[in-house]
Write a protein that binds this ligand. Structure first.
Ligand SMILES: O=P(O)(O)O[C@H]1O[C@H](CO)[C@@H](O)[C@H]1O
Ligand SMILES: Nc1nc2[nH]cnc2c(=O)[nH]1
Length: 267
């Protein structure tokens, strides 16, 4: 049973770090999810590509609830993910790794909770308001930071990610506004992925890879081609970072993630 999962974003469709990989189709109340399960360093690891293997699913159409529920069904407790981002912070340059610690949610049409009351397509029909003060697991963040430091990568131990609805990139004015609001990075997939993991009391962290400077800061037109090309260049480093991070994930969970529902339902 895999305790750890990796969710690959743009450019990360196969971690190429797992052995004896099998494929499972996990049924969830939100639909079926295709998950790869393999071994790394004697540990079972689950992997799913959030956009699908052929990057066929755009960010605003990803079935985030099915993905997170499927990992929960498999017994996953810890989720590491990758996110390709634009940077609003001149210190965070294309090619840099950023271990996210905060997020701002500007998504519009997404299904962002499991707790829909009577509408919930499962037995968790209660209302739940989870704490999300710190959206990322401190223990997973520490593992990513330790690994990035040990590998000598250009990394930043914190970063605020603004999640836009997409699939278009931002306007100059939107980036100006996000900068005033304190965002360092901009992407399209951290919300609701991080919140849904917290709602199922799973640990979640994401390493962002800066692929470009954001609209209005970059002097060039923004393209998905540029994103995927830079991610391809960084694929080996991303693989090493994930491999090394897994080794630093404590076996026991002493973070608050595992008790996220305590007090959330008013009981
Ligand atoms: O966040 P990931 O999945 O890495 O994808 C990023 O890359 C795409 C834009 O090129 C968007 O989907 C953005 O969110
Ligand atoms: N929203 C958004 N997502 C990205 N992913 C990679 N670069 C960008 C960007 O500039 N904006």
């Amino acid at each position: 049973m895999p305790r750890i999962a990796i969710i690959g974003g743009s450019g990360v469709y196969d971690p190429k770090l797992l052995q004896n990989v099998r494929e499972e189709f996990v049924s969830t109340p939100y639909g079926k999810v295709r998950v790869k399960i393999g071994e790394y360093d004697g540990e079972e690891i689950a992997f799913l590509a959030r956009h699908g293997e052929g990057h066929s699913v755009p960010p605003h159409r990803i079935n985030y609830r099915a993905n997170i529920w499927a990992l929960y069904e498999l017994g996953v407790e810890r989720i590491l993910s990758t996110s390709a981002v634009g940077s609003l912070n001149e210190a965070m340059k294309p090619g840099d790794f950023v271990v996210l610690d905060q997020l701002l949610d500007f998504t519009k049409t997404r299904h962002y909770t499991f707790y829909d009351g009577d509408e919930s397509p499962h037995d968790r029909k209660f209302v739940a308001h989870v704490d999300f003060t710190d959206p990322y697991c401190p223990e997973l963040r520490k593992a990513l930071i330790t690994a990035a430091k040990e590998l000598g990568f250009d990394y930043h131990p914190t970063g605020t990610y603004a999640c836009m609805e997409g699939p278009r990139f931002e306007t100059r004015a939107e980036i100006r506004a996000l900068k005033i609001l304190g965002a360092d990075l901009v992407g399209m997939t951290q919300c609701p992925e991080a919140a849904l993991a917290r709602e199922l009391e799973m640990c979640y962290a994401s390493v962002a890879i800066v692929t470009n400077f954001a609209a209005g800061i970059s002097t060039q037109k923004l393209t998905h081609t540029e994103v995927v090309e830079l991610m391809a260049k960084k694929s080996e480093e991303i693989k090493y970072l994930l491999m090394k991070s897994i080794k630093y994930i404590p076996k026991e969970r002493h973070c608050g993630c595992k008790d996220a529902l305590k007090g959330a339902t008013g009981e």
